[in-house]
Design a protein around this ligand. Structure first.
Ligand SMILES: Cc1ncc(COP(=O)(O)O)c(C=O)c1O
Length: 421
């Protein structure tokens, strides 16, 4: 059996294969960037069209009471089911950056934890920027930035020792955007608790790809975006989880009318809502919210355990191909090899990474275009998105990565990068 036939046989046995048809597919294109922006579910197109044409176009302001006020609540319930928390602990809206700002600010003001803010070099830059801003505005010391001197693994001993020596408020990305490193959530939550600390988990690169049980792992606060593996659409709203027992001790620094006990009484004095809704600020973005419902529905229907199982199989398949063929051609694996320590993307590097990306994107008459994701200085990320990635796609990508180097095709492209990569 050829490698491609083996991959096709795996597709035939794949219980999730049918979900690929729920997405808008582009012929002759292999999409490997679902960890930046997920694909468009066919149902989302219809839902948004209905919202625009009927609810906005015809029912106008009446739609708030008829459908729109319930929409964020319905979405919260679905995300709560996915993350194993109660619907009273989850709120949909704003961006991940804004949610992080709100909870960091609230935690510092609450006096519940020592006032050290900390994170590490595997975290996504927006989280670090928000932390720096909060530290500056609330006159705290600079954030504790743990640099592991490499970008693949978090050194858990260093991380734990830092927390022990400097208890406080930490923020970590459950799956690192660079290497895909997956943190042991439960162990770290317990450690934080034993050392007067809290970890805010950024689930952006994990939700929809990794099975997450916020309750069982002892998590207290989590944030994340919905536009990657959750297929919620460009800039779709974020989610916020705050454990019930913490909610009334935290105060929203952006106290807008949607966090008020009775926004439509138009009172001049602010009275925060009691539960998670106190983190509401402005009017919910209905079109974006509606666009994100189909994505969470597909994930719940397919089941996150099955998605994770396929993701592990696919990344093992892909990594095996890299190790067998590509390492000889100067490709380097920049993700953990142990699947228990890895999310759903696999990162590679190569001295000619940028040129390789250009060749993948351009394709040629004999091969599909491949959409990867480039992250400076030299990382190429490939996301396994089990709802629509096929094993044969992965084999095609492996073959193409080999061909681009062996045929020296990459030399046709220069090394100059545009602003958005
Ligand atoms: C881990 C992580 N956090 C946050 C963000 C971005 O957050 P926002 O929703 O504010 O754009 C990203 C975007 O890729 C991310 O990967």
């Amino acid at each position: 059996m050829s490698e491609l036939e083996t991959a096709q046989a795996m597709d035939e046995k794949d219980p999730l294969a049918k979900y690929r048809n729920d997405f808008v597919l582009n012929p002759n294109e292999i999409y490997m960037d679902g960890n930046s922006l997920g694909k468009l579910p066919k149902k989302a197109q219809k839902d948004v069209q209905n919202t625009v044409e009927n609810q906005w176009g015809k029912r106008l302001i009446r739609s708030w009471n008829e459908v729109w006020m319930d929409l964020p609540l319905r979405l919260a319930e679905k995300y709560a089911t996915l993350l194993h928390v109660s619907k009273e602990e989850l709120l949909i809206g704003e961006s991940t950056s804004v949610r992080l700002y709100q909870v960091l600010h609230a935690l510092v003001k609450s006096d519940l934890f020592p006032k050290h803010l900390g994170s590490d070099n595997l975290n996504f830059p927006t989280d670090l920027y928000v932390m720096e801003g909060v530290a500056r505005d609330l006159l705290l010391n600079q954030i504790l930035y743990i640099d592991y001197q490499q970008e693949i693994y978090a050194d858990l001993e260093i991380l734990k020792n830092t927390i022990k020596k400097n208890p406080g408020i930490y923020c970590l990305s459950l799956v690192s955007y660079k290497s895909s490193f997956l943190y042991p959530m439960k162990i770290l939550n317990l450690w934080a608790e034993q050392h007067q600390s809290i970890i805010i988990w950024d689930l952006s690169h994990a939700v929809g790809a990794v099975a997450i049980d916020l309750e069982k792992t002892g998590s207290k606060i989590a944030i994340g975006c919905s536009y990657k593996y959750m297929n919620g659409g460009p800039g779709s709203p974020a989610f916020l989880f705050v454990k019930k027992e913490l909610q009334t001790q935290l105060f929203n620094p952006i106290q807008g009318w949607f966090g008020h006990q009775n926004p439509f009484a138009f009172e001049s004095v602010y009275k925060p809502k009691q539960g998670i809704d106190r983190f509401g600020s402005g009017t919910p973005p209905i079109l974006s919210l509606q666009a994100m419902e189909a994505g969470v529905d597909i994930t719940l229907k397919a089941g996150i355990e099955s998605i994770r199982k396929k993701s592990r199989l696919q990344s093992q398949f892909f990594i095996k191909g890299i190790q067998e063929k590509l390492v000889l051609l100067q490709y380097r694996l920049e993700s953990p090899t142990d699947p228990k320590q890895r999310g759903s993307h696999v990162t590679l590097s190569h001295p000619a990474s940028w040129q390789i990306c250009q060749a993948l994107l351009q394709g040629n008459p004999k091969v599909s275009k491949i959409i990867p994701d480039f992250r400076p200085p030299h990382f190429i990320r490939f996301a396994m998105t089990p709802l629509y990635t096929r094993f044969r796609d992965l084999q095609d990508v492996l073959n193409r990565l080999e061909e681009i180097i062996v045929s020296k095709e990459y030399l046709k492209f220069d090394d100059t990068k545009p602003t958005v990569t």
